[in-house]
Design a protein around this ligand. Structure first.
Ligand code: GRG
Ligand code: 1GP
Ligand code: MG
Length: 233
């Protein structure tokens, strides 16, 4: 089991269903100074699209993790450093907490357990596809989120707690509450990080800042700024 995320400050999440900015390559993305690349998204995922991004990033010197949104797109590739598998704590349907995972184990004879780690998600932006998809209850106070984070670490032994505001910059008080409630688990924050200041602000509380849409919408210069913000925090 590798726990390399203990040393990370920043992740770029590449959505295989989206394109890069014109003139930029996956090599450029890998060279932004980010600590790892996570490949995943909610809608429009296929194994072909996943594989294309894996192949494009595999030759560059940055840890590469797959974050599949369903067992069907969990591509098996030696070029990957591992699999980060969401489990959505506040999902409306337990399928997204444990059911999909059960199906994966049923479908596959030999899952590479030493390369698989779960991320205990708390989904907070009701407008995001991931919230609709998982029917998440996003109406949570900082105390609620802190309690989810504590339970994830202390009762379910989660190594990663992920505060997910995909598409919008979240409430720093929520992230701070989750940080106060966790000791050993790595706290990931993702959602709406778009410049030095937003990365710095969330990085003051979270261990790892995840940047997604920005790489597709603005490109690598903007991502580099967020790397600096997260690392300075
Ligand atoms: C058991 C296996 C192998 C998979 C199941 C994993 C689970 C439970 C997934 C549910 C949560 C999920 C869809 C996570 C994917 C990562 C994520 C949160 C991407 C962000 O998605 P959005 O930004 O909302 O979606 P788009 O950008 O695609 O619109
Ligand atoms: O796309 P953004 O809003 O940067 O969110 C990042 C990540 O948390 C999405 O899963
Ligand atoms: Mg997205």
């Amino acid at each position: 089991m590798t726990t390399r995320w203990a040393e990370w400050d920043h992740i770029v999440k590449i959505d295989p269903d989206k394109t890069l900015v014109e003139g930029e390559t996956f090599e450029d993305v890998c060279e932004t100074g980010t600590d790892a690349i996570e490949i995943g998204g909610t809608t429009g995922m296929t194994t072909d699209k996943m594989q294309r991004v894996i192949d494009a990033c595999a030759t560059h010197d940055v840890p590469l993790y797959l974050e599949p949104s369903a067992p069907e797109v969990a591509v098996n590739d030696e070029a990957l450093d591992g699999y980060l598998i969401p489990t959505v704590l506040n999902a409306g349907d337990p399928f997204w907490t444990v059911g999909a995972h059960k199906e994966w184990a049923r479908m596959e004879d030999d899952l590479p357990w030493d390369r698989i780690t779960t991320e205990a998600y708390v989904v907070m932006n009701p407008e995001a596809s991931v919230a609709t998809y998982t029917e998440a209850d996003c109406d949570l106070s900082p105390d609620d989120v802190a309690a989810y984070a504590e339970v994830a670490e202390e009762m379910f032994g989660q190594e990663i707690v992920y505060i997910e505001y995909s598409g919008t910059l979240g409430d720093p008080a929520v992230v701070e509450a989750a940080a106060d409630a966790t000791d050993d688990a790595a706290l990931f924050y993702g959602g709406g990080v778009h410049d030095y200041d937003s990365a710095h602000q969330m990085g003051e509380h979270a261990d790892v800042v995840v940047v997604g849409d920005l790489v597709h919408a603005e490109g690598v210069d903007a991502v580099e700024e967020t790397v600096r913000g997260a690392k300075d925090a």
